[in-house]
Write a protein that binds this ligand. Structure first.
Ligand code: SAM
Length: 440
């Protein structure tokens, strides 16, 4: 069995004067988790969006929201295995909402270590609260039988294979198994340090300088957070800006910039940075992060579409961290595996190539572009790098020296390819593709 995440508290507070014993038990954790799971599997909405849309989440305490997030994410991490476990107990496919209730029950029983009584009773109550009373008996019977068998239900199952949708497994090739193995673990908290600041105590310093804390660490409670001594950034996410190798005084654009981790790197390297971001709310987050890091006066921010924006003067360097399928972040966002479909990739790649063309037009002759995506999909990585060359950009491969601390991430072409199975013993990293080019 994979490493379990921490179990949700068994809520179940009674509401005085309720309509009936089970229907009246308030259980915001499972209510929100139900909205999350249904939002992802029925409506193909992102986990975070499903949570924002959840009426129960709006009124819930932060700790109930956090527990629901953990429970919902656990269902999505183990969805293939849980579906396989359920199948012998179901004569026919249940309606989607019933399936969501059952998956929440199985995740608690087999992956979160929730006591059997709590897992079964809360799932039956959840079914009733969600207008699924005719299925309450089914939920009760199926979960009781699974609880009786316990871990024996998992024997002989290739959980890693089951928990990745087949089309993604195929497209990931040799990365598939290590990525799937990493899915069972909550990712650690990674920090990038402001130059000159000492890491908070207790962190492990990785070979690239990232300071790593165990999963579940609350960043706002670490000393130095309010003072802007660090920002949250996965170890792999630090690499594209580092590989742009910005020198003091260079004119640089960070396209698709929010929430601003890479903007901060470029500014601390001494670049005259313009950060371009299209989304108003994400721009607010970028501005707040820059303010906390004391960078407000050192970065110019532009809210707009990077395919349309052009600098007044041609640039020395551009970092393009393009919007993508985000399959490289499946450890943090397991919903990405269940939302995207193969047919979405062509549209994403077209958008990425439009952004590459715009970036090319922003550069002075000899100027540098690093193109990056947090995706494991070949259509968004190598295929876009080849398209960049067809647009007249000249490949500028990363050298072995530049990636000496992570040689296994350097491809034969001199591109960067990270995935969650790298540095596995230290907690892994996100999946990124990056390539560097020069303008003729
Ligand atoms: C992968 S995230 C960027 C993460 C960011 N570079 C960082 O390191 O913190 C992609 C961002 O691109 C923005 N975006 C998408 N299309 C854009 C466009 N055409 N112009 C500007 N920003 C865009 C999205 O709103 C999103 O904030």
């Amino acid at each position: 069995m994979k490493q379990p995440s921490s179990a949700p508290r068994s809520s179940g507070r009674r509401v005085m004067g309720g309509r009936g014993a089970q229907a009246a038990a308030a259980d915001p954790t499972r209510d929100i988790a139900f909205d999350i799971v249904s939002g992802v599997i029925e409506h193909r909405r992102m986990l975070e969006t499903s949570m924002e849309n959840s009426p129960a989440a709006r009124e819930a305490e932060p700790r109930d929201r956090a527990a629901a997030h953990r429970l919902g994410a656990s269902v999505l991490r183990h969805m293939g295995t849980a579906t396989e476990v359920l199948s012998p107990f179901l004569k026919k496919e249940p309606p989607e909402p019933v399936r969501a209730v059952l998956l929440i029950g199985v995740a608690q029983l087999l992956f979160l270590g929730t006591p059997v009584h709590a897992a079964v009773a809360t799932s039956v109550a959840l079914a009733r609260r969600r207008g699924l009373a005719p299925f309450a008996g089914l939920v009760n019977a199926v979960l009781r039988r699974i609880a009786q068998q316990g871990d024996a239900c998992l024997e002989g199952l290739d959980q890693e294979r089951l928990d990745v949708p087949p089309w993604l497994w195929t497209s990931w090739g040799r990365m598939a198994r290590p990525v799937a193995a990493a899915l069972g673990m909550e990712p650690p908290l990674d920090l990038s340090m402001r130059p000159g600041c000492l890491p908070p105590p207790g962190g492990e310093v990785l070979p690239n300088g990232t300071v790593r804390f165990p999963a579940g660490t609350r960043v706002t409670e670490l000393p130095g957070f309010s003072e802007g001594e660090f920002w949250v950034q996965d170890a792999a996410a630090t690499l594209p800006a580092r590989l742009l190798d910005v020198k003091a005084g260079e004119r640089v654009a960070d396209l698709c910039a929010a929430p601003g981790g890479k903007t901060a790197q470029l500014a601390f390297a001494g670049g005259e940075v313009t950060a371009v971001e299209r989304d108003a709310r994400r721009m607010e987050r970028l501005a707040a992060n820059l303010a906390r890091l004391g960078l407000t006066d050192r970065v110019k921010t532009v809210r707009g579409d990077a395919t349309q924006w052009r600098p007044d003067v041609p640039l020395d360097a551009v970092l393009l961290d393009a919007p993508c399928s985000a399959t490289g972040t499946v450890r943090r966002h397991p919903d990405a595996m269940w939302i995207k479909r193969p047919r979405d990739l062509a549209g994403l790649a077209a958008g990425q190539q439009a952004l590459i063309a715009a970036a090319r037009d922003m550069l002075r002759p000899g100027g540098r572009l690093v193109y990056a995506v947090c995706s494991l999909q070949p259509e968004e990585g190598p295929a876009c790098a080849r398209a960049a060359e067809e647009m007249g950009l000249i490949a500028d491969p990363f050298t072995p020296e530049e990636l000496s601390f992570l040689p296994q991430a350097r491809t034969a072409e001199g591109w960067l390819r990270t995935h969650p199975g790298l540095w596995a013993a230290q907690g892994g990293m996100d999946g990124f593709f990056a390539a560097r080019f020069r303008k003729a």
